[in-house]
Design a protein around this ligand. Structure first.
Ligand code: ASP
Length: 577
C-alpha cells in the first residue's frame, strides 16, 4: 500500500505515530515560515503542516503544490494548536518530513468543494472531477448502501439473482425501444429491454420460484427530471403468491432499505385503492407526508347563483391548517400558480376562517356566513385555517387540486426531505382508453391479471375492470409497481384481443410466452422498483442524475464521452445501414 492510513482516520489517539498518507491537495495556505495543506481522499481531509525551521527545501516543494495535485507524504501525527472541531480529524495535523508528488494536475475547471462554482453542464463534462466532491460522492455511497441492503434482504428471503439478456426483442412497457442493428442478421434489430418482464415470468415457468435482478432498463422517452434513457430497476418475481404476499414481502424490503441505508423507520405502509387515492388526493401517487385531503362540496356549494359553481360538474376543496395568515399577495401568487397553462385552473376561490369563527371568502357576494359555515364543516376547518376551492369537470378539477395541494405543501413546509412516507396504491384500472388510437391500452402492461370478480365486465364494460396491480409511492413519487400476472394462455389471448392485437401479431410478438403458458405455468406475480428514484429520495435530491455516477444530460447526451455520436461509413456498411 502506498499509505498507512486514509485521510479520514487519524485522531488524538494517534499522536506521535509516524504515518504515510496519499490524496489530493484540496487547499494550500502559506503563513511566514509555515505552509498548510488540506489533503483529501474519499474518507476525509487531514491537515498537513510544513515548517521552514525544520526543512527549507520541503517547504519550497510544498509551495509548488496546487489544487488537485496527487501527493504522498510521511510525517508525525501532532496535536493541533488551532483545532477544527467541524471535521473528525480536526484535532490533529501531520508534521511532514517527506513529500512526493505522485501526479500534477491542471487547474480544475471548477472548485472541488462542497459549494462549487461550476454550472451543471461543465460538471457533467468533467464528471470525474465532480465526483471528487463530497456532496456528489456521498450520494453514491448511499446508493451503494441501498444496493447492499436490498441484496441482503432478497438473498435472505431465498430470491435468486438471475441475469437476463440485454439484446432482446421489444417488450411493450409503453415507451419507445432503443434498437441495436445486427451485423450477422442484416436489416434485423435487437431491442434493449425496457424491463426484463417476459424473462422473469419465464423464469417462474422454469420453477426458479423467487427471482431478482438489479438491472439496467432502457426507454427512449422525452426528457423529464426523474427520467434517464437508461436506469436501474430492482426487478423481482415470485411464484405461488397472491397480491398481499407480494405487498408484505416488499414492504419489509423497503422498510429494511430505509433502516439500513439512512437509519429511518418508515413504519407500516398503508394500502389505498386507486379510486380512493384519486378521490382524496387527486393522484395515484399521493404524498402522504401531510393531510390536506380533498372534500367534495358539490352538493352544498351549488344553488347560490354563483354561475361558475352552478355550471360545474364538481366542486372540490381542501383546507390548509393554520394558513389563514396567507396575505392577499401570497394568495394571488398561488392563484397564478394554478392558472398556469400546465395546470389550467380558471381561477381559485378561498375562504378564511377568522379567529372569531367568522368567514371571509373571495365570493362573499354569493355566499353568506351560513353557506360558508357548510364549507367549513365539510372541510373540518377551524379558526386560523383557509379553504381553497376549485371547480369544473371532475377529472380536471382533481388534477388541478392535486397540484395546488402539493404547492401548498411546499409553501407551508409540509414536504420535508428528511421525512419519508410510503403508501401502496392498489386496484388500478386494467385498461386505459386512448382517444388518439381509439383503443384500449394496458395501464400497467399486457401481462397483468384482471381482478377475477371483474372478469364478467370483459364484454360489457372493459374500462371498469380493475387490475390485480399495485404501485408503491414514497413522498409523492412512484417508486415501484407490479402485478399478479396472467398465467393462463386463454386469458392472455383474450387480453391481447382487448388491446387490439390480431392473433398473428400476438403470436409474432409473444408466441414464446404463450407457448410457455402451455407447459405448466404456475400462478406468479412480481414488482419492479426504480432504484435511481429510491436513491434520489433517500438522499433528498430532486433529480435522479445526482445519484447516477455517469448520467445523461437533458438531451439524453453523455457530454463527457460525447455520445451519441456518428459512426463511420465503414461501420454502417458492415451493419447494413
Ligand atoms: N416490468 C414492470 C415495469 O417495469 C414491473 C413489473 O410489472 O414487475 O414497470
Amino acid at each position: 500500500m502506498l499509505r498507512s492510513h486514509t485521510c479520514g482516520e487519524l485522531r488524538l489517539s494517534n499522536i506521535n505515530d509516524n504515518v504515510t498518507l496519499c490524496g489530493w491537495v484540496q487547499k494550500r495556505r502559506d503563513f511566514g515560515s509555515m505552509s498548510f495543506v488540506d489533503l483529501r481522499d474519499r474518507y476525509g481531509i487531514t491537515q498537513l503542516s510544513f515548517n521552514e525551521d525544520y526543512d527549507k527545501t520541503l517547504v519550497e516543494s510544498a509551495r509548488s503544490l496546487a489544487r488537485e495535485f496527487v501527493i504522498q507524504i510521511t510525517g508525525k501525527v501532532t496535536e493541533r494548536s488551532n483545532k477544527n472541531l467541524k471535521i473528525p480529524t480536526g484535532e490533529v495535523e501531520i508534521v511532514v518530513d517527506s513529500l512526493k508528488i505522485l501526479n500534477a494536475s491542471l487547474t480544475p475547471p471548477f472548485t472541488i468543494e462542497d459549494d462549487t462554482d461550476g454550472g451543471e453542464e461543465i460538471r457533467l463534462k468533467y464528471r470525474y472531477l465532480d465526483l471528487r466532491r463530497n456532496p456528489v460522492q456521498s450520494k453514491l455511497l448511499v446508493r451503494h448502501a441501498a444496493n447492499k441492503a436490498i441484496r441482503n434482504f432478497l438473498n435472505g428471503e431465498d430470491f435468486v439473482e438471475v441475469e437476463t439478456p440485454y439484446l432482446i426483442k421489444s417488450t411493450p412497457e409503453g415507451a419507445r425501444d432503443f434498437v441495436v442493428p445486427s451485423r450477422m442478421n442484416q436489416n434485423q434489430f435487437y431491442a434493449l429491454p425496457q424491463s426484463p418482464q417476459t424473462f422473469k415470468q419465464l423464469l417462474m415457468v422454469s420453477g426458479l420460484d423467487r427471482y431478482y435482478q438489479v438491472v439496467k432498463c432502457f426507454r427512449d422517452e422525452d426528457f423529464r427530471a426523474d427520467r434517464q434513457p437508461e436506469f436501474t430497476q430492482i426487478d423481482c418475481e415470485m411464484t405461488f403468491v397472491e397480491r398481499d404476499d407480494v405487498l408484505k414481502i416488499f414492504e419489509q424490503m423497503i422498510r429494511q432499505l430505509f433502516h439500513e441505508s439512512v437509519n429511518y423507520d418508515l413504519g407500516e405502509i398503508p394500502v389505498i385503492t386507486y379510486a380512493d387515492a384519486i378521490e382524496t388526493y387527486g393522484s395515484d401517487k399521493p404524498d402522504m407526508r401531510f393531510g390536506m385531503t380533498f372534500n367534495n362540496i358539490t352538493s352544498i356549494a351549488k344553488g347560490y347563483n354563483f354561475g361558475i359553481f352552478d355550471n360545474a360538474e364538481s366542486i372540490l376543496s381542501i383546507c390548509a391548517k393554520g394558513a389563514a395568515s396567507l396575505t392577499r399577495k401570497e394568495i394571488d401568487a398561488i392563484t397564478d400558480y394554478v392558472k398556469r397553462p400546465q395546470i389550467g385552473a380558471k381561477g381559485l376561490i378561498y375562504c378564511r376562517v377568522n379567529e372569531d369563527g367568522s368567514f371571509k371568502s373571495s365570493v362573499d357576494k354569493f355566499f353568506d356566513q351560513e353557506a360558508l359555515a357548510l364549507w367549513a364543516e365539510a372541510n373540518k376547518a377551524e379558526p386560523g385555517d383557509i379553504i381553497f376551492v376549485l371547480s369544473g369537470d371532475l377529472s380536471s378539477t382533481q388534477k388541478q387540486l392535486n397540484e395546488l395541494r402539493l404547492h401548498l405543501g411546499d409553501k407551508l413546509n409540509l414536504r420535508k426531505t428528511n421525512e419519508f412516507k410510503a403508501c401502496w396504491v392498489v386496484d388500478f384500472p386494467l385498461l386505459e382508453w386512448d382517444e388518439e388510437t381509439e383503443r384500449y391500452h394496458a395501464m400497467h402492461h399486457p401481462f397483468t391479471s384482471p381482478i377475477v370478480e371483474d372478469l364478467s365486465l370483459i364484454e360489457t364494460d372493459p374500462g371498469a375492470i380493475r387490475a390485480n396491480a399495485y404501485d408503491m409511492a414514497i413522498n409523492g413519487m412512484e417508486v415501484g409497481g407490479g402485478s399478479i400476472r396472467i398465467h393462463d394462455k386463454a386469458l392472455q389471448q383474450r387480453m391481447f384481443d382487448l388491446l387490439g392485437f390480431t392473433t398473428e401479431e400476438a403470436k409474432a410478438q409473444f408466441g414464446f410466452l404463450m407457448n410457455a403458458f402451455e407447459y405448466g405455468a404456475p400462478p406468479h406475480g412480481g414488482i419492479a422498483f426504480g432504484f435511481d428514484r429510491l436513491c434520489a429520495i433517500l438522499t433528498g435530491t430532486d433529480s435522479i442524475r445526482d445519484v447516477i455516477a455517469f448520467p445523461k444530460n437533458n438531451m439524453g447526451r453523455d457530454v463527457m464521452i460525447d455520445a451519441p455520436s456518428p459512426i463511420s461509413d465503414e461501420q454502417k456498411k458492415e451493419l447494413g445501414l
